[in-house]
Ligand binder design. Structure first.
Ligand code: AKB
Length: 314
């Protein structure tokens, strides 16, 4: 059977790199991008427009395209969530509920994006385990814990095959993130090339789990490809590659741009960053479906600078 894929949030940081990969695998005609407001003019592929909170509208898309799998990525991130907590709850929780219900009704296989934001100040800070205290202090984290529990519940109650990853901060040269706390780890590369200086909105010693986007996309497809009997975590898998402080990233960039200067002016995002782990333990993902990252800080920095230089000079 040909898989017919629906991707929500297709033009966000993850979606804009996942959609082309899915198009390569399944054919352009079999991947439907569900746009909402911002639709890139140069998008090549099948496009629908709609609101993930509107079940009727989403059901129309699923029926029209005979969808078999959904990658539900549409979400407000942590920093923008703090500015719009009610909207964050509505989109992140009610949007997911729409697809969990449609997943059961239309027998869909699903992927949903969770985050390291499920952890909070009472979770262990280093090598945070898969199963631990989850008391997030951001609305984004609250929606992600709720979503994880809903996914697990729908799996247990209705047998829904919905898989998920707790993404760390994601770093990419293709699409910029929007409204997250870990955005500094991408912004710093743009500023290093364009201006030779950067004012960071978190402190120099802020350390968070991170991953290069190519690894994240590979991990996403790996968890979806795994045989169902190998999946032992139905909330969301810890998923990581590396952890570094901003200062360590600054030093790595300086190996390529020696005059690069970084200033530090922490804002309200510092509190969110401080509430998240320094590093997480993703051994469950490694044991269950063979997760293995390919990019460390050195390789990621080289690839980011090389590709951003090209992109910014076009
Ligand atoms: C954010 O900073 O909000 C996201 C995330 C870690 O989920 N990048």
């Amino acid at each position: 059977m040909t898989e017919k894929i629906l991707v929500t949030g297709p033009f966000g940081q993850i979606g804009s790199e996942l959609v082309p990969e899915l198009q390569k695998r399944y054919g352009k005609e079999n991947v439907v991008a569900l746009g909402h407001r911002h639709i890139p003019e140069n998008f090549q592929g099948v496009l629908e427009k709609g609101d993930v909170r509107n079940k009727e509208e989403m059901e129309g898309v699923i029926k029209k395209h005979e969808i078999t799998q959904v990658y539900h990525l549409a979400s407000l991130l942590s920093a923008v969530g703090e500015k719009k907590p009610h909207l964050a709850w509505d989109v992140n929780v009610n949007g997911l509920k729409t697809f969990l219900d449609l997943g059961v009704e239309h027998d869909l296989k699903m992927f949903w994006a969770s985050s390291i934001a499920v952890f909070g100040p009472t979770s262990p800070l280093e090598n945070t385990p898969q199963h631990t205290i989850l008391e997030p202090v951001t609305i984004y984290g609250v929606t992600k814990v709720t979503g994880e529990l809903m996914c697990q519940y729908y799996h247990k109650k209705y047998g829904l095959d919905v898989r998920s990853l707790r993404y760390p901060g994601l770093i990419s040269y293709k699409e910029e993130p929007g409204g997250g706390t870990t955005d500094y780890a991408v912004e710093i590369f743009y500023k290093a090339i364009e201006e030779g200086e950067y004012t960071c909105f978190v402190k120099a010693d802020t350390k968070l789990p991170m991953m290069f986007m190519e690894d994240a996309i590979r991990g996403t497809l790996m968890v979806m490809d795994a045989p169902e009997e190998d999946i032992t975590v139905w909330t969301s898998y810890n998923h990581t590659a590396l952890s570094f402080t901003v200062e360590e990233l600054e030093e790595e960039i300086k190996k390529h741009i020696p005059d690069f200067k970084v200033g530090y002016e922490p804002d309200e995002r510092q509190e969110t960053a401080d509430s998240w782990p320094d590093s997480i333990d993703d051994s469950k993902a490694r044991e269950d479906w063979g997760w293995d990252h390919r990019y460390d800080l050195k390789k990621m920095t080289e690839v980011m600078l090389e590709n951003l230089r090209k992109k910014l000079s076009e």
